[in-house]
Design a protein around this ligand. Structure first.
Ligand SMILES: C[S@@+](CC[C@H](N)C(=O)[O-])C[C@H]1O[C@@H](n2cnc3c(N)ncnc32)[C@H](O)[C@@H]1O
Length: 185
């Protein structure tokens, strides 16, 4: 099985600490998606959608042993990994329904972001309420009242080495954050 990035997600978030835990906490925060040239024809008609799903690779997830019981950001108790959205997973796949603001050639303006800068993009899909929005009567351990946290800490992430800190989202700089040796299992 092969997975290859189709682009790079550029955001204001350089470190896990302080990054929104989910997109509602990043409401209004803007970033952009750079789609690699060979995939640009596939963006036709996407502009009609207000929200899009981004699927991406948690390239800055912590290295080391995978825990199948984790304490997620939103609780003080441990839960099975698959009952959480923790970034450190067997396959480091993240999913966020962001707001689509604009499309100019290979550049998608987005807002409502919970993603680190330089994150490799794996796929884009339209958010379609008829398919993606359900009224449910159970939501497991997740409280429906105010969450205990809205911004992440560094428990699941690597910090960026000082020498590779970057200050803008240009292609050259952002791709430096996808380093040789990053976890790809
Ligand atoms: C709890 S996850 C939820 C992400 C997504 N909405 C999901 O449910 O798959 C969001 C957190 O993942 C971390 N994160 C975001 N992008 C990352 C990346 N490229 N590598 C590692 N951690 C990342 C940040 O700490 C962020 O606050």
């Amino acid at each position: 099985m092969q997975v290859k990035p189709i682009g790079i997600i550029h955001t204001p978030y350089r470190e896990a600490r302080g990054t929104p835990i989910q997109t509602p906490a990043g409401k209004g925060v803007r970033g952009w998606v750079e789609v690699f040239d060979e995939f640009v024809p596939g963006l036709k008609d996407l502009c009609g959608f207000e929200r899009i799903w981004l699927l991406y690779w948690f390239h800055r997830a912590a290295r080391g042993k995978l825990n199948l019981h984790v304490t997620p950001f939103l609780d003080k108790k441990t839960h099975g990994l698959f009952a959480t959205r923790a970034p450190l997973r067997p396959n480091l796949i993240g999913i966020s329904a962001v707001r689509l603001l604009s499309i100019r050639r290979n550049r998608l303006g987005i807002s409502d972001i919970d993603i680190l800068n330089g994150t490799p993009l794996l796929d884009i899909k339209p958010y379609i309420p008829q398919f993606d929005c359900f009224q449910v009567s159970r939501c497991g351990w997740v409280r429906d009242s105010s969450p205990i946290a809205v911004l992440a800490d560094e428990r699941f992430a690597q910090t960026m080495p000082r020498t590779q800190k970057c200050t803008s989202g240009s292609k050259t700089k952002s791709t430096q954050t996808f380093r040789k040796g990053d976890r790809t299992r």
